[in-house]
Design a protein around this ligand. Structure first.
Ligand SMILES: [Mg+2]
Length: 356
């Protein structure tokens, strides 16, 4: 089997409402679809979701794809995924979301060729995973309403954005706990917004008042590794590294230095499923659980995260909710939501249907 043609198709998906975290507000999700056609009538779909965190834009993704990656792929055997990964890394530094898009399209082809859903092809540890749903930064009442609305739809795990104003964060989390009751999981994500002292004050106050926070994600700035390590050693709640862990090397460093209790791997940061498998493997050996997260990803990209999450035991946490945030996604299939879980498609490959 050979790759016959490739296409790059940018689609801006409008969010139902603007989404704010500690360092930015967005109202669209820039997704760049990659279509890889083979001479055996199998089409692989991938999707890159560039982000400031990955130092990419829609324009860099399209430009690098057309000028560098296209020529590498045409005529190549799409099942030599590791070889293609290696060549891409050699010819193009960085650009992890673009590489993730290509990598998942190749895995989609592999799954279709094997007539097997990808999560089973990768090892099939579980057939669904509980996912958090994210509450962006807003006035307290709005965030509480959002929490109520998610819980009424059956979600069991909330990820509450924080990091802008420690006092408001404490107020919001207590108010949310009050309305959702004790059985809903509450995770916090500060997106680098706290100092060591603020992080400890927020968590210790919430613990004292019985808010029962499950995880605090990336409390301190990404580049201050020792600040994060210090929060991890002092904080009564498990700390997850996200922005600190971008590349494979970052994740190895995080594991070796024990700077966090758990790490958040996103396919867009780490460059795809192949690299995510490597990062998860050494995290698992070090007994550090992994969360699979997402950017503002269409289901075209997020489905790959769902399949990856379900394949491996050590991927114990999922934050795979971005596809719910768009007014209209152009992708059908990939995964579905039920009772707080996200369930990968049982169709071959990623199971996404894209009409492009
Ligand atoms: Mg995060």
């Amino acid at each position: 089997m050979r790759i016959k043609s490739v296409n790059v198709i940018p689609i801006d998906l409008k969010l139902k409402e603007p989404f704010s975290i500690a360092n930015e507000t967005v109202d669209i999700g820039e997704n760049v679809f990659l279509k890889i056609e083979t001479d055996k009538d199998i089409i692989g779909w991938g999707c890159a979701t560039p982000d400031s965190v990955t130092s990419e834009t829609k324009e860099t993704v399209i430009d690098c794809f057309n000028n560098i990656i296209k020529n590498i792929l045409i005529g190549e055997d799409p099942l030599r995924i590791n070889f293609i990964n290696d060549i891409l890394d050699e010819k193009l530094k960085g650009n992890p979301s673009l590489k993730a898009g290509v990598n998942m399209a190749l895995y989609d082809i592999l799954g279709k060729k094997a007539d097997t859903p990808l999560y089973k092809l990768l090892g099939g540890y579980r057939d669904k995973i509980e996912t958090s749903v994210t509450i962006g930064l807003n006035p307290v009442d709005t965030m509480v309403e959002k929490a109520k609305s998610f819980v009424s739809k059956g979600f069991t795990c909330l990820k509450v954005k924080c990091g802008m104003d420690a006092d408001q964060d404490i107020e919001v989390v207590l108010a949310i706990r009050n309305v959702v009751g004790p059985n809903i999981k509450i995770r916090l994500d500060a997106n680098e917004g706290y100092t060591l002292e603020k992080a400890l004050r927020v968590v210790e106050t919430l613990e004292k008042l019985g808010a029962d926070v499950e995880i605090l994600e990336q409390p301190t700035p990404a580049k201050y590794l020792y600040a994060l390590k210090e929060v991890t050693s002092q904080c009564p709640v498990p700390i997850m590294a996200d922005e600190t862990v971008l590349t494979l090397r970052d994740s190895l460093k995080a594991v070796k230095m024990e700077i966090a209790d758990m790490i958040n791997i996103k396919l867009m940061k780490i460059g795809g499923i192949t690299n995510a498998i490597k990062a998860n493997t050494y995290a698992e050996i070090a007994e550090i659980p992994v969360m699979i997260g997402c950017m503002n990803e269409s289901m075209g990209a997020m489905a790959a995260g769902v399949h990856f999450a379900c394949a491996f035991k050590n991927v114990q946490y999922a934050d795979l909710d971005s596809a719910l945030d768009f007014e209209e996604d152009i992708v059908k299939g990939g995964a579905t939501y039920k009772d707080g879980y996200v369930i990968p498609s049982d169709k071959p490959g990623l199971g996404v249907e894209v009409d492009l």
